[in-house]
Design a protein around this ligand. Structure first.
Ligand code: ADP
Ligand code: MG
Length: 720
């Protein structure tokens, strides 16, 4: 596609180049896949006299008069006239060059919305061009732009790209025959014989649609040209997902199965089962078996373990670690926050250390805030291979950490890790230092990711074709359901009073302070104020304070005090959101609940209801000036009160927020679909899923071309 630069490219300023870069418009194909947001009809001229109020029209008229008025504010007022009547154009901002272009006597084509004000017909800030040459034959595309990139410039660039690009059809009949018939909605005037428009034709059309097209079908993307584009996009994504899966299947991993000679002690996982104060639920046993079968294969496992908050994922992770250690390989467990990692470390040490000690093995701890000497000792044990389980924050995956034989990576609360961290984990996997596995060359560790935010089926299908999923669909027995109440901020004092009584009776509570996204400092002062408030209001109780800015040691001390039951109320910012486990805590108060996302509220609520005590979750909400809560906010909080089912909540969250937000789009925007919509395009998605693996097998060249065309440099993000 490398051609001599077109004149327009020679005009490119650094600002334009930067804007193009930002929009990812690097190749001709990127430009032609940059589709219009909407269109303007400049194919016809409307006589001024027949323009109706509010109508978008193009008129052609001569300038009668042009003057700068100073009242009521400075503005350029231009009067134009055609054979049928007059119209006034008003510009609140204007350049001398524009004034000149609209000097009396000039003939103009003017495009804009007509207002029929008191002074006769007017247009505010219409678009102006010289009346020369024939009218365009197609609708004028309006593209998404960004700062520094003029619409007209981009339009010309796209037109040039469209003209010189050679588009090889990646879906010829031979490919299409591999899947069922395309699920095109009937009645859209698809070309007879074949329901798919060829890509080239679809693109030509979408950039320059004929004026007689039903605009509605372009707006709602139901037009066959759009269908083709959406199907293309979904197919590219499915192909890339299957490709990643294929690549993974070609990689080696240690087969983590029990050693053949079981002469010695009981396997570690059985010893662990014997030590646990509870029996695994049927669901836990099932997912353990799924994981065991998977890691016994000489291919890297890539599995998501999803289970509602409190369903007992940690012990499943511990069982997997035992299997790995028994097979003679090291295991790493990562958590997104230091508090959570620390809690895992304590629990796993309690469960496994005595067992490992008998074998002269240990559990190691790695975190960002760690004394140099301690860290060095840990690193040595990890490199020597005596630390069989390594627990920590993402410090575990830093380059300085070398494992002797890393066989399994467990990632808790996977969705909380940033895309960057997930990427570096993948990179780390495939570029681990040579010496680390001199005798196991080309081996990748298995991966198990845990989350309490289940991925709805359609999302899983689209974004994680590469992933196997295990689901814990039952809670351990003996849990009493959590009662959720919405309480207005105005009843705060009453609430504190009731809470004081309950704490006096030995109950423990979390009090989560509002999330203030813009400012961590405000977050903190808020928490501190609440902390002082509660201390005053409950002189009999011990109140603790926990926030992310505290030194690690202080955090640990407060958590330990709360775990031991010495602290009655723990005031915290959202640092406790994920994973924290103190079974005796039975009340959760969330301030300004309306500011949180549903899944986040569910995570927070999941901190209680872990013991046999009846638990309550209080959602304190602030009303607006009118004493009302906004509609969406109300809908969200009601959903929380109505169900304790995390899967249901995830579904509603997705409905309310859309997939972008849900997936943490700010980071992974590149991986999101631009054109297809998972709600309306399910049939296309199914079609793409069916076609992708077959196309990879039977038409690998076209499959590769298709992915290149659509994904270009965005590969990495899709893999994270
Ligand atoms: P999550 O899935 O949210 O990570 P945890 O692993 O923290 O949940 O488990 C929640 C609580 O349930 C912990 O206190 C844990 O010890 C306990 N637990 C886990 N499995 C069982 C079980 N089968 N029976 C009883 N309690 C269990
Ligand atoms: Mg957990």
């Amino acid at each position: 596609m490398a051609c001599a630069p077109h004149p327009i490219e020679r005009d490119m300023t650094p600002a334009i180049r930067k804007a193009l870069d930002k929009l990812g418009l690097l190749r001709d194909i990127d430009l032609v896949l940059h589709l219009p947001l909407r269109y303007e009809d400049e194919t016809r001229i409307t006589p001024i006299a027949s323009c109706r109020e509010g109508q978008m029209v193009q008129i052609e008229a001569a300038v009668l008069n042009s003057e700068v008025q100073l009242q009521p504010r400075r503005q350029l007022v231009v009067t134009v006239q055609d054979a049928s009547g007059e119209c006034q154009l008003r510009f609140l901002h204007f350049y001398p060059s524009q004034q000149k272009a609209m000097a009396p006597g000039k003939r103009l084509r003017i495009h804009g919305e007509v207002r029929g004000g008191f002074w006769g017909r007017q247009m505010l800030h219409p678009q102006i061009r010289k009346a020369e040459g024939p009218l365009p034959a197609a609708l004028t595309p309006i593209y998404p732009i960004s700062k520094g990139l003029p619409q007209a410039y981009l339009r010309r660039m796209i037109a040039v790209a469209l003209q010189r690009i050679q588009i090889e059809e990646t879906l010829p009949g031979t490919v299409l025959a591999l899947a069922g018939p395309p699920p095109i909605a009937a009645g859209h005037g698809a070309a007879a014989g074949s329901a798919w428009w060829p890509l080239h034709q679809a693109l030509q059309f979408l950039h320059n649609p004929a004026p007689d097209v039903a605009l509605q079908t372009l707006e709602d993307h139901s037009h066959p040209a759009w269908q083709r584009l959406k199907a293309e996009e979904l197919l590219a994504q499915q192909l890339s997902q299957f490709k990643v899966r294929q690549t993974r299947a070609g990689l080696g991993a240690p087969a983590l199965s029990p050693p053949a000679d079981i002469s010695s002690a009981l396997p570690l996982h059985e010893q662990l089962l014997a030590r646990l104060p509870f029996e695994l639920t049927a669901a836990q046993r099932r997912v353990c078996a799924e994981i065991a079968a998977d890691i016994a294969q000489p291919r890297p496992m890539h599995r998501l373990l999803q289970g509602d908050v409190g369903s007992g994922k940690t012990v499943v992770a511990a069982m997997a670690a035992c299997l790995c250690i028994d097979a003679g390989w090291q295991c790493a467990l990562m958590a997104p926050t230091e508090i959570l990692a620390e809690q895992h470390f304590r629990k796993l040490t309690e469960w496994l250390s005595p067992l490992l000690a008998e074998r002269e093995q240990s559990v190691a701890w790695l975190a960002g805030a760690q004394k140099k000497k301690e860290r060095a000792a840990m690193l040595e044990a990890v490199a020597a291979g005596s630390a069989m389980l390594v627990v920590g924050t993402h410090a575990v995956i830093q380059d300085s950490v070398e494992f002797a034989r890393l066989g399994l990576v467990l990632i808790d609360e996977q969705h909380r890790f940033g895309v960057e961290q997930r990427l570096s984990l993948r990179k780390r996997q495939s570029t681990a230092p040579e010496d680390a596995r001199a005798h196991d060359k080309g081996m990748e560790p298995h991966m198990l990711m845990m989350t309490a935010t289940p991925i709805p089926r359609t999302l899983a299908m689209t974004y994680y074709a590469d992933l196997s999923v295990s689901t814990i669909d039952e809670l351990p027995p003996g849990r009493t359901p959590i009662v959720t109440r919405l309480i207005a901020e105005s009843r705060r004092d009453e609430l504190i009073e009731r809470l004081a009584t309950q704490v006096a009776q030995g109950r423990q509570a979390y009090w989560v302070c509002p999330l203030i996204e813009e400012s961590e400092a405000l977050d903190l002062s808020n928490a501190t104020a609440t902390f002082e408030d509660l201390q005053q209001a409950m002189p009999g109780a011990r109140i603790g304070l926990l926030h992310s800015r505290m030194p690690a040691a202080d955090k640990q001390a407060v958590m330990a005090g709360f775990s031991a039951g010495e602290i009655g109320v723990l005031v915290a910012t959202t640092v406790i959101e994920v994973g924290v486990d103190v079974p005796n805590a039975s009340v959760m108060v969330i301030e300004h609940a309306e500011r949180f996302g549903l899944s986040q509220l569910h995570q927070l609520r999941g901190r209680v209801g872990r013991g046999s005590k009846e638990s309550a979750c209080i959602l304190l909400y602030a009303t607006g000036d009118n004493g009302q809560l906004g509609d969406t906010a109300k809908e969200r909080l009601r959903a929380m009160a109505q169900t304790n089912d995390g899967f249901e909540i995830a579904r509603r969250d997705l409905e309310i927020r859309g997939p972008g937000e849900f997936m943490g789009a700010r980071q992974s925007g590149a991986a999101l679909l631009r054109f297809a919509d998972l709600d309306t395009d399910q049939a296309l998605l199914e079609w793409a899923r069916q076609l992708a693996p077959q196309m990879l097998r039977q038409q690998p060249r076209l499959a590769e071309l298709h992915m290149q065309r659509w994904l270009g440099g965005k590969w990495d993000y899709l893999k994270a």
